[in-house]
Ligand binder design. Structure first.
Ligand SMILES: *Cc1c(COP(=O)(O)O)cnc(C)c1O
Length: 461
């Protein structure tokens, strides 16, 4: 193996001109590590019979590989990607993109100090929860509210405070797993309560809850079925009747709403997701939902309910362990303010804006993107009809009509192209349908078309 013998010792290679140039930028330590890694690959390539040969310690192809490796290592691991999947609240892609107002609010409170826990009127210690409590109550009609790290934490807190040491009655049709191993039965156990299941998978009546309730019962829990639906011969009690029945037993009705919407989405063609205000008006004592699903804000868990239901949560020792941080709090307050006049949430909150964009507008953007892709050497772009989804466990049975661009590159399969787009500096994540890579315009912001073109241009090079 002559080719193997041509691989120079690491120290000799580092002393070459291209080696010294990289050391100038990255320092000796990083360049040595990168060189070792690339040399290992080179050895493997040679042994695999690639016919690869090195031309001395300054070999240009060797050093190009080292430079690329160093540049890639320098990229942040967590970074922006273009979501072209058509799933608006995509849990793997960071859920809700934030409104500019929310980003400005985070910057304002984190660049310097803030009144996070300082009462500016009294000049004394304050509570971090006051920043959003009134706003949430206003928007939901709740008597009281509290925010924590996320909705999963909100469920654990609510059950720990209200049901630890006792039983929680839940319908068998709602004993769901939401994903990421968040299973309602396990969460109840984790909160120190016992699960009392009632009814059947498809049918549960109020009498089932009543018959199972006794001196050990602390609450009735209702849960959103999230990504799961039971259809056909089904029956579930009406929320108002269920609340009335729970109250007759002196028990609170707690509801894990999951996504949670503050405004009715029926006018934009998405009926079926109950508005938080209506859930409370039906008599639910305590409800919780996410900040970063259909609400369109940062990761957070929002609890709303009666004074009586919220008060014990504010004193619970668990609260300190799951408290919201100041960046999320700032972004949440700014997002909630966009729900109030003179703002228009459907225009200013990115999640709602994406859900309410009509097909004509998506079609125009698809036409423009396809034309630009066609103009790139070796690339093809064709406008096709598509279906997009709200995501986030909400409205799974409500696909929306959307428009996509099917992209292809001469000589690359859809799978290979998908992998290349994932590996780009600004990754573009689409979805494969019938052997073609689709970029769905529903989830692509208007100003992201330039980034897509940049990524495609970079790949061809
Ligand atoms: C998403 C979801 C949760 C978890 O919310 P996070 O904010 O992700 O913690 C809990 N319950 C339901 C029904 C959900 O859909």
């Amino acid at each position: 193996m002559d080719a193997l013998r041509q691989i120079p010792p690491v120290d000799v290679a580092l002393a070459s001109l291209p080696g010294l140039a990289l050391i100038d930028i990255y320092g000796g330590h990083l360049v040595r590590d990168a060189l070792r890694e690339i040399m290992t690959q080179v050895r493997q390539d040679i042994c695999a019979g690639s016919g690869y040969t090195l031309e001395g310690p300054a070999d240009p192809s060797l050093w190009t590989r080292v430079a690329t490796h160093l540049e890639r290592k320098g990229r942040p691991n967590l970074r922006r990607v273009i979501n072209a999947t058509g799933i608006v609240v995509h849990t793997n892609l960071g859920r809700a993109p934030l409104a500019p107002a929310a980003i400005e609010a985070m910057q304002a409170v984190s660049t310097g100090y803030s009144n996070l826990e300082f009462d500016l009127e009294k000049g004394a210690r304050g509570s971090r929860y006051t920043a959003v409590e009134d706003l949430i109550c206003d928007l939901s009609g709740a008597e009281a509210s509290l925010v924590v790290n996320n909705c999963a934490a909100a469920v654990v807190l609510a059950l720990s405070a209200h049901a630890a040491g006792g039983e929680v009655v839940v319908s068998r049709g709602e004993l769901v797993e939401i994903g990421g191993s968040f299973r309602i039965p396990d969460v109840i156990t984790q909160s120190g309560a016992c699960l009392a299941e009632v009814g059947t998978t498809n049918r549960t009546r109020i009498a089932d809850y009543e018959q199972r309730s006794g001196p050990e019962t602390r609450a009735w829990l209702k849960s959103h079925q999230s990504n799961f639906r039971i259809v056909g011969f089904t029956e579930a009690p009406n929320r108002r009747a269920l609340a009335t029945a729970a109250h007759a037993f002196g028990l609170p009705l707690i509801e894990d709403i999951g996504s949670g919407v503050l405004v009715d989405l029926a006018p934009i063609g998405l009926p079926g997701e109950p508005v938080v205000r209506d859930i409370l008006a039906a008599g639910v004592d305590l409800a919780m939902f996410s900040g970063d699903k259909l609400l369109g804000g940062p990761q957070a868990g929002i609890l709303v309910g009666t004074q009586e239901a919220i008060a014990p949560l504010k004193k619970h020792p668990l609260l300190r362990a799951i408290r919201i941080d100041k960046l999320s709090l700032a972004a949440l307050e700014a997002t909630l303010r966009l729900y109030r006049a003179p703002h228009d949430p459907f225009r200013e909150i990115p999640v709602l804006a994406r859900l309410s964009t009509d097909k004509e507008a998506l079609g125009q953007r698809a036409d423009a993107l396809a034309a630009r892709i066609e103009g790139l050497d070796g690339w093809d772009g064709e406008v096709v009809q598509s279906e997009s989804f709200p995501g986030g466990g909400a409205l799974p049975e409500h696909p929306q009509n959307s428009v996509a661009v099917a992209v292809s590159h001469a000589g690359l399969t859809a799978t290979a192209l998908t992998a290349r787009l994932r590996g780009a500096a600004t990754p573009v994540i689409g979805r494969i349908s019938q052997g073609r890579l689709l970029l769905d315009l529903r989830t692509v912001a208007e100003d992201e078309a330039d980034l897509i073109i940049d990524t495609l241009t970079g790949l061809a090079a």
